[in-house]
Design a protein around this ligand. Structure first.
Ligand code: G4P
Length: 526
C-alpha cells in the first residue's frame, strides 16, 4: 500500500456538535486526555472562561489568538490519528461553525440528558445532513437527574430523524447512577463518581451475572426491562447504516467525571470513516490519489496589528502536503505564495513535515485566499460542498463618514470573501445589509473595518427575518418574480440574488405565490 493510502486509512477527522453547555468543552478535554494530547484536565476549560467574556475587544482578541491553536486538535489513539475540529459554540458561534462541518468525515453529537435535543443541535444536524455525515451520539451528565433514556432516544429519532442504536445503557441516573452496560461487549462499567479515574474502572461481565440485583437494586431491574424492550425493537448496530447516516450509535456517560468517554472513543475510532472521496466540479477525488489537493473552509484573521496576516484552514483531500511545497490556487489559476504552513499536531509539532488526507493545515497569507478556494498541484479541481449558509441575524451598515464609502466597500468585499460576514446590496436602494449566524461576527467586522480600513460605522437593526438565495429555471417567470418583489431582493457579494423576507409568513406567502422559484438556504461559493 502506498504511504498516502496507509496514512489516509488511519485518519479520523471529526467535529463535535452540541447546544451550548451540553458538555462539548468538557468532553473535548477528556478525549484529549485519553489521546495523550494533554496531561492535565483544565487545559481546554481555560479557553471557555475567556470565551464567555466577550464584547470587550481584548477578550475577543485573546480568544481568537488562542483559538488558532485550538481550532484543530490532533492526537493518536488506537493506532489511528484523530483530528478534532473545533466548532465555535457560545458567543463565537458563526458561519465557520457550519462550514467546519463540511470539512469533517463524521461528527459526535453531545446531548444533555436533562435537556434532550436543543435547537442549536437541530441546526447543526441539518448541516451534517447536507453531506450525510455519520454521527455518534453521547448522552452526557448521567450523574445528574435527567430524562428517561428511552424518552431521550425517542426524541432524537423524532426530532432529528435518525434511528438510535444504544451501545451503552445507563444503570441508574443522578444520585442512583451506577454505571453503564455495554450491549456489544455484554459488560458493565461501574461508576465511582471520582474524577479522572481513567484506568481503574471496575467492570463486570454478563448482563445476568448473579448478585447484580442485590448489589444495584431497582436500577438493575429497570435496566433489564429496558434492554428487553430494546432487543424487541430490534435496533442492532449496523456499520453500513451508521456510515450512511441512517443510524446513530448512542453512548451514555458523565464527561465531567471521565465516565463513558473511553468506550465512546473506542467506538468512534473503530467505526468512524476514514477520509471519504470528495466531489469537485469535474470529478470525484479519492484520498489515496498521489497528488495533493484540498480546500479552504475557514479563514481566521490575526487581530494583532503587527502581524496582519490571515490563516486559511485547508482540509487535505488527497496526496501529501510537504512543507515548503508550492500550492496551485485553482481560483487564481497559479501558484500562491504561502510563507509557512502550520501543520496541526498536538503531540509533537516540531517534527511534523507532512500532512495527509483528513489533516488540516493552516496557510498564512495576506488576503490572497478566500473561503471555498481549492488547491492542487496544477489540476483545475474545484471542490464543491463548502457552501455559504443563510444567516439568521441582519444589520444595516451606517457609515459615519460618507466619504469613506469606497474603503467600506473594499473592506466588506474582503471580509465576505473571508467568510466573516455576508453582504447584501438591495436592488432598490443604497443600503448595505450584513448577515451573520452569530452576533460576534458583527463585532469582528466592525473592529476590522476600523482597524484595517479606517472605516467607522455602526450597525442598526433591520426588518429582515431571513435570507434565501433565489433561482428559477424559467427566465420569464423568474423576471416577473424579481420585478414584483424588487424591494425585498438584494445581490450578495458574488452578484447572486437573495430574497430578504420580512417575516416567516412573508417568506411562506412569497414561496406559495411563486412555486416556480427556488428559495435556497445554502449556496455554493464562487
Ligand atoms: P459546552 O462546551 O458544551 O458549552 O459545555 P461545557 O463542557 O463547558 O459544560 C457546561 C457545564 O456542564 C459546565 O458547568 C460543566 O462542568 C458541566 N458538565 C459537563 N459535563 C458534565 C457531566 O458529565 N456532569 C455534570 N454534572 N456536569 C457536566 P459550569 O458550571 O457551566 O462550568 P464549570 O464551572 O464547571 O466550569
Amino acid at each position: 500500500m502506498s504511504t498516502v493510502a496507509e496514512q489516509a486509512l488511519r485518519r479520523r477527522t471529526f467535529a463535535i456538535i452540541s447546544h451550548p453547555d451540553a458538555g462539548k468543552t468538557t468532553l473535548t478535554e477528556k478525549l484529549l486526555l485519553f489521546g495523550g494530547a494533554i496531561q492535565l484536565a483544565g487545559t481546554v476549560k481555560g479557553r471557555k472562561a475567556s470565551r464567555h467574556a466577550t464584547s470587550d475587544w481584548m477578550a475577543l482578541e485573546q480568544q481568537r489568538g488562542i483559538s488558532i491553536t485550538t481550532s484543530v486538535m490532533q492526537f493518536p489513539y488506537n493506532g489511528k490519528i484523530v483530528n478534532l475540529l473545533d466548532t465555535p459554540g457560545h458567543e463565537d458561534f458563526s458561519e465557520d461553525t457550519y462550514r467546519t462541518l463540511t470539512a469533517v468525515d463524521s461528527a459526535l453529537m453531545v446531548i444533555d440528558a436533562a435537556k434532550g435535543v436543543e435547537n442549536r443541535t437541530i441546526k447543526l444536524m441539518e448541516v451534517c445532513r447536507l453531506r450525510d455525515t455519520p454521527i455518534i451520539t453521547f448522552v452526557n451528565k448521567l450523574d445528574r437527574e435527567g430524562r428517561p433514556p428511552l424518552e431521550l432516544l425517542d426524541e432524537v429519532e423524532k426530532v432529528l430523524g435518525i434511528q438510535c442504536t444504544p451501545i451503552t445503557w445507563p444503570l441508574g441516573m443522578g444520585r442512583e447512577f451506577k454505571g453503564v452496560y455495554h450491549l456489544l461487549e455484554d459488560r458493565f462499567y461501574l461508576y465511582s463518581g471520582d474524577k479522572h479515574r481513567v484506568s481503574e474502572i471496575e467492570t463486570i461481565d454478563g448482563l445476568n451475572t448473579p448478585g447484580l440485583a442485590e448489589r444495584f437494586g431497582a436500577p438493575y431491574q429497570t435496566l433489564l426491562d429496558e434492554i428487553e424492550l430494546l432487543q424487541m425493537a430490534g435496533t442492532d448496530f449496523d456499520l453500513e447504516r451508521y456510515r450512511a447516516a441512517k443510524l446513530t450509535p448512542v453512548f451514555f456517560g458523565a464527561a465531567i467525571n471521565n465516565f463513558g468517554v473511553r468506550e465512546l472513543l473506542n467506538g468512534f475510532t473503530d467505526w468512524a470513516p476514514d477520509p471519504l472521496p470528495r466531489h469537485t466540479e469535474s470529478r470525484e477525488v479519492a484520498p489515496t490519489e498521489p497528488k495533493f489537493s484540498g480546500f479552504v473552509f475557514k479563514i481566521q484573521a490575526n487581530m494583532d496589528p503587527k502581524h496582519r496576516d490571515r490563516v486559511a484552514f485547508l482540509r487535505v483531500c488527497s496526496g501529501i502536503y510537504r512543507k515548503g511545497m508550492t500550492l496551485h490556487s485553482v481560483r487564481l489559476g497559479g501558484p500562491v505564495r504561502v510563507n509557512h504552513a502550520l501543520i496541526f499536531m498536538a503531540a509533537d509539532r516540531e517534527s511534523v513535515e507532512e500532512a495527509y488526507p483528513g489533516d488540516i493545515i493552516g496557510l498564512h497569507n495576506h488576503g490572497t485566499i478566500a473561503i471555498g478556494d481549492s488547491f492542487s498541484e496544477g489540476e483545475p479541481l474545484r471542490f464543491t460542498g463548502i457552501p455559504n449558509f443563510a444567516p439568521d441575524l441582519f444589520r444595516r451598515v451606517v457609515l459615519k463618514d460618507p466619504l469613506k464609502a469606497k474603503q467600506l466597500n473594499k473592506g466588506l468585499d474582503q471580509l465576505s470573501e473571508e467568510g466573516a460576514t455576508q453582504v447584501y446590496r438591495p436592488l432598490t436602494n443604497n443600503d448595505i445589509i450584513l448577515g451573520a449566524v452569530g452576533t460576534l461576527q458583527f463585532d469582528v467586522v466592525q473592529f476590522r473595518l476600523r482597524d484595517e480600513y479606517s472605516v467607522e460605522c455602526v450597525f442598526e437593526p433591520v426588518q429582515v427575518y431571513c435570507a434565501r438565495w433565489v433561482t428559477g429555471s424559467d427566465d420569464k417567470l423568474f423576471k416577473a418574480f424579481v420585478d414584483k418583489n424588487e424591494t425585498r431582493i438584494a445581490k450578495d457579494h458574488y452578484g447572486d440574488l437573495v430574497y430578504l423576507a420580512s417575516s416567516s409568513v412573508n417568506l411562506s406567502m412569497t414561496q406559495e405565490r411563486h412555486p416556480d422559484v427556488r428559495f435556497l438556504d445554502t449556496k455554493e461559493h464562487g
